[in-house]
Design a protein around this ligand. Structure first.
Ligand code: FAD
Length: 456
């Protein structure tokens, strides 16, 4: 019997997975995941995502075993490991989904030069690069991108999960998940991650739980104290559910458009990194290259950065968000915007420092979505919120009703009432255990605008 390898990356599912479907038609299937910390170099999978990956791979292996198959785990440079595995097993070809992070495109090119690699679309609603302006260019601005994408929806019908995968004649050797030590041990900081159920079943359950709320999403999505969003981002990042399936299921309900529009941001981000592979480190607007960010090597700046990471800035909404991130690996979108803006504009610290922190601590860290959103918030991006629009964290906190959210994540403030909790200093109500503001809003605003004027 011929054998075919399915190379899995952030597409850890069986349903609506064209690489599995194509391989299953050809004979014996060998599903392989390669832990590759070398090809992405400093973009190796971050600590929070290693936790997720462990559980997601365990879940996929269990699902495969129900179909008479199993997951083969190998470690090393993906293109080399897979080429060796093809030689070892006599596999005829490798099927995989196409990915858009620059290191994955390099790995696809390298592997394609060695073996018969068949790449399938399935990571986005539409393959990045396909949505273009009338002049044939890629869209820089989200709103026209969204309109063009929407005109080409809905996505094609779902591909069912293979009921039984034909088994390879002999299984190649596999590492074990324990060999990879993906879970934190000393200390185990992932206790709060138990709010998540990584894997295809967990992803589907999340979607089912969210669908009845889709019509209310527009009204609740900015309210961190409420459960108004889908919490699907890590499942979507790891490809445990296809974004097309999320679209189809949500679009079948009335009032789904605001949610579908947010899904399109994910596609948009992949389009941006396809056009600008260095978007995680290079300003979208080169005019910002000489911007006088404060020097992180300076001990005062380093202390500000540490306070931001730990949720000790003295701004309750920022601190609640940063602590939610540390505890659960996730942060509400509105609070991500406020916390990111605070780092960049109030503390005047380069957006790349924040992007790196999020890379390590988010369970949904995604090269496209993270860099696009950081650059959007910082005002340095190709589709940018202007730098001069400096978010006032305290006003945002009040406007979006964050009192319960703050009480939950900042226990020092849990006894404060709604009227004072957003800005305890201003009401002379700051408990001694809660830190002072690192900098006042007005002073921060003036400093940020003065810095901006130097590059104008
Ligand atoms: C500074 C900053 C950094 C971010 N980094 C990431 C990241 O690394 N990975 C990530 O997936 N999202 C990132 N986001 C976007 C957004 O915050 C999350 O996608 C969202 O909070 C996830 O929660 P949810 O699944 O409940 O989203 P919902 O509101 O339920 O949205 C559904 C899905 O749409 C997509 N989506 C929604 N908003 C955005 C957006 N602005 N950009 C891209 N996709 C979006 C996500 O896949 C999300 O799961 C970032 C936002 C900011 C401001």
């Amino acid at each position: 019997m011929t054998a075919t390898i399915v190379w899995l990356r952030e597409d850890l599912r069986l349903a609506d997975q064209p690489a599995f479907a194509a391989a299953a038609r050809e004979g014996g299937v060998i599903p392989v995941y390669v832990l590759d910390d070398e090809t992405p170099r400093h973009r190796r999978i971050g600590s929070a995502q290693r936790w997720w990956l462990h559980h997601s791979l365990a879940s996929l292996d269990a699902d495969l075993r129900k179909r008479g198959s199993r997951l083969i785990l190998r470690r090393g440079v993906a293109a080399d490991v897979l080429a060796d595995l093809v030689a070892e097993t006599g596999a005829e070809r490798v099927h995989a989904l196409r990915h858009y992070a620059p290191w994955w495109r390099n790995a696809e090119r390298a592997l394609g030069g060695k073996v018969d690699l068949v790449l399938h679309d399935g990571v986005c609603l539409l393959p990045p690069g396909e949505v273009r302006t009338g002049a044939g260019d890629l869209y820089k601005i989200f709103t026209p991108f969204w309109r063009a994408l929407r005109d080409r929806m809905p996505p094609a019908a779902s591909i069912p999960a293979p009921e039984r995968l034909t088994v390879a004649e002999a299984w190649p050797a596999s590492d074990t998940l324990e060999d990879w030590a993906l879970l934190p041990a000393r200390p185990d900081w992932a206790g709060g991650f138990n709010v998540w159920t990584p894997g295809e079943t967990g992803a589907l359950e999340r979607l089912e739980a969210f669908l009845p709320n889709v019509a209310a999403y527009d009204a609740t999505r900015n309210l961190p104290s409420e459960e108004g969003v889908s919490y699907l981002s890590p499942h979507l990042h790891f490809g445990e559910i296809s974004v097309a399936e999320v679209w189809r299921r949500a679009a079948a309900r009335p009032g789904a458009e605001p949610f579908l529009r947010e899904l399109a941001w994910r596609d948009y981000a992949q389009n941006v990194i396809l056009a600008r592979p260095d978007y995680g480190k290079a300003n979208g607007l080169p005019a910002f290259d000489p911007f006088p960010w404060r020097d992180i090597a300076d001990p005062d700046v380093a202390a500000d950065f540490r306070a931001w990471c730990r949720g000790e800035t003295g701004y309750p909404i920022v601190d609640a968000g940063m602590r939610e991130l540390w505890a659960t690996g996730w942060m509400h979108n509105r609070v991500r915007m406020i916390a990111a803006s605070f780092l960049v504009k109030h503390l005047l610290i380069d957006w790349r420092e924040g992007e790196r922190w999020f890379w390590d601590t988010l369970v949904d860290a995604d090269y496209g979505s993270n860099s696009v959103n950081w650059q959007w918030t910082a005002g340095t991006g190709i589709d940018a919120n202007m730098f001069v629009r400096i978010m006032a964290p305290l006003t945002q906190s009040e406007k979006f009703g964050a009192a319960d959210y703050i009480r939950r994540w900042v226990p020092e403030l849990s006894d404060l009432g709604d009227a004072v909790i957003h800005d305890p200093d201003d009401h002379d109500a700051r408990p001694a255990a809660y830190p002072e503001k690192r900098i006042g809003h007005r002073a921060a605003r003036e400093r940020a605008l003065a810095a901006l004027s130097t590059i104008r």
